[in-house]
Design a protein around this ligand. Structure first.
Ligand code: 13P
Ligand code: ZN
Length: 271
């Protein structure tokens, strides 16, 4: 007897997280998207994985994710409504044997589709899995203060990273490898996916200027906490600027002491 998929702790966590993200204002309308790699055995307790509802072609080589299952947000679906209609707003997909097609196994009711950012999500999973065996989640949203900083701060990865590190003592500990930044690119394309995934070989956070942020991690809490920490730093930066700018701040020497105490290795050449 299969269990009700809406009772799955992971599904509950997804609904709770997306509701929270909406409340924080980082996922207005359908802004933002999430995908989570699933364990086949665990999923099979809730779903008959041999039952394919629909098939959708993939127009890049996703063979490195062949036979992988993912829980994904739907394209154009309002985060506000996920709790109310999870089966319409979310879906479970499987990449086929050759990485050329995906099977829809659950959700996306009313002819819905996975997020338009699926190329970036899949390419990001491939990139992160290579460097982190615990990797499972990719999250994109329009975190307000980080997005705002892409207009007012120099778009150099080193300069942006150091500003964020210095806005809040915990930042260096949470993302010692820093933040990646790509040029402005059209969303939903393979190109933005390839360039984002390239950055994700070295960092877990990538800023899309004038658009939003991408974060990756081992579970929803992990990636949420990562984005939340960077976003908090960006919020503090906003206040600092509006209070007239920096009068004093942590020195590079203090950042080094912090790294030593918390046993993290800051990005080489940054401090
Ligand atoms: P989707 O609704 O297709 O997920 O797109 C939202 C978004 O944020 C695009 O970058
Ligand atoms: Zn977006």
């Amino acid at each position: 007897m299969r269990k009700n998929i809406l009772e799955w702790s992971l599904m509950k966590e997804m609904i709770e997280t997306t509701t929270n993200l909406y409340r924080l204002g980082w996922d207005e309308r359908n802004g933002g998207n999430i995908s989570i790699l699933l364990d086949e055995q665990e999923l099979s307790r809730y779903l008959d994985v041999t039952c394919v509802l629909r098939k959708i072609p993939i127009d890049f080589d996703a063979s490195k994710l062949a036979r992988h299952y993912l829980l994904v947000t739907g394209s154009g679906k309002y985060f506000k409504n996920i709790k109310k209609s999870p089966e319409e707003s979310l879906g479970i997909i499987r990449i086929n044997e050759t990485g050329t097609e995906l099977d829809i196994l659950w959700g996306f009711s009313n002819e819905g589709f996975p997020t338009s950012e699926l190329p970036t999500h899949l390419m990001s999973h491939i990139a992160r899995k290579k460097v982190d065996t615990t990797h499972r989640v990719v999250m994109h949203n329009h975190a307000t203060h980080l997005l705002a900083m892409s207009f007012t701060h120099e778009l150099s990865e080193k300069a942006m990273t150091k500003t964020l590190w210095k806005m809040c003592t915990e930042c260096l500990v949470v993302f010692p490898e820093g933040i990646g930044i790509i040029p402005w690119l059209v969303p939903g394309t393979n190109e933005i996916g390839e360039i984002t995934a390239e950055k994700l070989k070295e960092v877990r956070l990538v800023l899309w200027p004038f658009h939003g942020i991408y974060g990756t991690g081992k579970n929803l809490d992990d990636v949420f906490g990562l984005i939340e920490t960077a976003e908090k730093a960006a919020e503090v930066y906003t206040y600092v600027k509006s209070q007239g700018g920096i009068m004093q701040e942590m020195t590079d020497e203090q950042l080094k002491k912090l790294a030593k105490q918390f046993k993290v290795i800051p990005r080489k050449g940054y401090i």
